[in-house]
Design a protein. Structure first.
Length: 274
């Protein structure tokens, strides 16, 4: 496991997750905050302002297209997980090592905090600025919110592990776009109930900068359960793998062999895991 730390490709992948997460948060949450930003209702009167209603379709597409764009940009470096639940799913499906999964999650959380902090500085004029904070809608219980997060994350991670299954040769079209559409779909479903916290790192960034952790556990437990369930069901029921437990242990401790089998000065991490 320690040998991974000596590989430049390993650290490039971790840095890519950090930087891509900053951009993802800036684009996605920025789209939601932009809707609430005070704008002149009368172009001739700059003191007259109006706040537009929330546009769920715009926000959902911003989240989905941001993921698709960044997956295309850094997918060959890190796989562009950009989500701890996706990282957990890839770990359980033996696509990355435990060490890489841990550092990915740390990088994702730090990137989310930085991205949210940048938005906080830009959107200071918004009154009661929530910074994209997730929360339960009126009438939604903790159990119901947890269920929503499990289901929307389940469909996302199922999409990821199925598309990136190395045994398949029938996948056509754009894998990043398909995953981005899955993210958009999850937001179209869940925004009205919980604000959609299918990305724990994204939820964490808003909670830290806003210093508001009410019901925050839901946005970690739900996505992680959904992501783990999707990976396990796909790997052991829908499309069982023939590799034995020993092979899985090797991947979890040393990573995928093909990630590091070429000269490190020209190394590129395969996009398969994301």
């Amino acid at each position: 496991m320690a040998s991974e730390l000596k590989k430049k490709a390993f650290w490039r992948a971790v840095i890519a997750e950090f930087l891509a997460m900053i951009l993802f948060v800036f684009i996605s949450i920025g789209s939601a905050l932009g809707i609430q930003y005070p704008i002149p209702s009368d172009p001739t009167n700059a003191t007259s302002t109006d706040t537009r209603p929330q546009d769920i379709v715009k926000v959902s597409l911003a989240f989905g297209l941001a993921i698709a764009t960044l997956a295309q940009s850094v997918g060959h470096i890190s796989g562009a997980h950009l989500n701890p639940a996706v990282t957990l799913g890839c770990l359980l499906s033996c696509q990355i090592s435990i060490l890489k999964a841990l550092l990915y999650i740390i990088a994702q959380c730090l990137g989310a905090v930085v991205g949210t902090a940048i938005l906080s500085g830009i959107t200071t004029q918004i009154s009661k600025n929530s910074l994209g904070l997730n929360g339960l809608s009126e009438g939604i219980s903790q159990g119901q919110g947890l269920g929503v997060e499990i289901m929307v994350t389940f469909q996302l991670v199922l999409c990821v592990v199925a598309i990136t299954d190395r045994r398949r040769n029938d996948v056509s079209g754009s894998a990043p776009l398909a995953i981005g559409l899955s993210v958009a779909l999850g937001h179209l479903i869940a925004i009205d109930y919980t604000g959609c916290g299918m990305n724990p790192a994204r939820s964490f960034g808003s909670a830290v900068v806003a210093n508001q952790f009410t019901n925050h556990w839901i946005f970690w437990v739900g996505p992680m359960i959904g992501g783990a369930a999707a990976a396990i069901i796909y790997d052991f029921i829908l499309s069982p793998r023939t590799s034995d437990f020993t092979d899985r242990i090797k991947v979890w401790t040393n990573g995928q062999v093909e990630e590091y089998e070429i000269d490190d000065d020209h190394a590129r991490v395969e996009m398969k895991p994301k």
